[in-house]
Design a protein. Sequence first.
Lengths: 154, 182
Amino acid sequence: MTARPARVARTTYLDPAVRSAMRAVSAAAKKGLGDPALAELVQIRASQLNHCAFCLDMHLAIAREQGVPQQQLDLLPAWEEAGDVFDERERAALALTEAVTLLTEGSVPDEVYANAAEHFDEARLAHLVAVVTGINSWNRLMVSRRIPAGSTEW
Amino acid sequence: MTTETDIGTGTTTAEYAPEPTPHLDWAKLAPDVFKAMIRLDAAAGQGLDPRLRELVKIRASQLNHCALCLDMHSKDALAAGESVERIVQLSAWEESRHFYTGKELAALELTEAVTVLTGGTSQAFGSGGGFVPDEVYERAAEHFDETELAQLIAAITVINAWNRFGVTCRRTPGHYRPGQHK
């Protein structure tokens, strides 16, 4: 086995006020969504799309603790092809998560938004968008500073 | 309703398409999230040159196609004395480098890398974004000290967040007045 490259952050510095406000955004978003397991699924999916090792490591651990089925975690990157492993509400949330995360490829399609709006009332939908936006923000803060997976200093 | 004055054409005859209906008034529906976002916005980018901050916000909003944020930040930039030329050239900055300082160019390059995280499915191909490349980060680190660089990353992150709310909830552009949210 060849040596593994050292995992060292580019920087662990983050303005304390930024960190504190980020935590407040994520906490308020998750509270308003009121579905911790779904929050983990969408946060893991966004972190997959954004290639954030730190966030994947953290949210996969939380999801397992919360009892999210291992099959859902295994099949998440291929949820569209995973049949009834995900229910219609989860599928609507995952499609919205992908659209909100892939903004550089185009606007959130009307049918994706409309489908999400069928499964979530307005207040929950607003908080779902906030959960996806929050994890997208953490992904950016972690990937750009290259915080290693499992790091306790971030 | 958008008026021609809002759009700023100066004509009275053109017939524009109807203004889209907003999807979701998320700030009212999720007031605690909105309050935290306002706090985050105030904290992120502290200490950075305001002109540079606006350029970063406009470039990220271009990449994310956020019409509301483009409306807001181009008007704020112009009101703060930014030139029309530098705003117009921003989407082609790689071809108009002589419009910007070395520090601004490094910040724009980092803005694109941090905004297009989903690009580049594999690092092996080294194409089309993803992973914030070492050379991009290092060029930024030559122009910004550690604290400033963290604030720049935070500023890029926060405009990306506003872009996501703006696009997803379809907040319509055209009505912003410079300094409205200051």
